[in-house]
Design a protein around this ligand. Structure first.
Ligand SMILES: C[S@@+](CC[C@H](N)C(=O)[O-])C[C@H]1O[C@@H](n2cnc3c(N)ncnc32)[C@H](O)[C@@H]1O
Length: 204
């Protein structure tokens, strides 16, 4: 007989992290409009990972309405912290900007509008933490830029690595001597989609 709780998926849907009203509104809006946000579990995971790594310079690729960006920006212990977030859809970027003002975190978030690969090739900054959440077919191509801009021992988190289009990225990072990585396939209530992979990697 298994020691696992009955219906683990139903059981774990009950343990959602507490979050502010704006985030709940963004979740409802994402559901209505089919906007693929990370949801409360991965949002909280990002907050915890950024907090424990004491990240002060965070790069996010794929802003959408700014839901995950808000979790990352909230992790900062001081006003020195900054998230640079790249989004190629200018309407989405404008919506995110409004949400950042609503949270009062706008001073700590810089939105860059444009294609991630193009913008990354023009950037020469150093980051403590990078979160990747753009179209999956681009993950492998942007990995060298992430390595160049992430400081040594910095953390890379990639969402949706369970997608077929993320396969080149999964192979590249797991075989690379420049990263130490782990890929988790998990049940993630209210994530888009709820069964998906997440990759966590340290830049060597
Ligand atoms: C999955 S959504 C991001 C969700 C967001 N991280 C969250 O959880 O709240 C992906 C976003 O990345 C944007 N995007 C896709 N490909 C991109 C690219 N090559 N460069 C920049 N943005 C891109 C899309 O327009 C979309 O808004």
């Amino acid at each position: 007989m298994s020691n696992l709780v009955d219906n683990p998926e139903e059981y774990f849907r009950k343990f959602l992290p507490k979050r502010e009203q704006l985030l709940i509104e963004l979740e409802e809006e994402a559901q209505r409009e089919d906007i693929p946000i990370v949801g409360p579990i991965v949002g909280e995971l990002l907050y915890i990972l950024a907090k424990v790594t004491r990240a002060e310079r965070v790069l996010e690729l794929g802003t959408a309405t700014g839901y995950s960006t808000i979790f990352l920006a909230k992790s900062f212990a001081s006003f020195r912290g900054k998230v640079v977030t790249i989004e190629n859809d200018s309407d989405m970027a404008a919506r995110a900007a409004i949400n950042f003002h609503r949270t009062g975190l706008n001073q700590q978030i810089e939105i860059v509008v444009g294609d991630a690969q193009e913008k990354l090739s023009e950037m020469d900054e150093s980051f403590d933490f990078i979160f990747i959440d753009i179209d999956k077919e681009n993950y492998a191509a942007i990995l060298p830029h992430c390595h160049r801009m992430l400081k040594q021992d910095g953390l890379l988190v990639a969402d949706n690595v369970g997608f077929k289009d993320a396969d080149p990225f999964n192979r590249l990072i797991s075989e690379s001597s420049k990263w130490r990585s782990v890929s988790l396939f998990a049940y993630l209530p209210f994530h888009s989609p709820e069964r998906d992979g997440l990759c966590l990697a340290v830049r060597l």
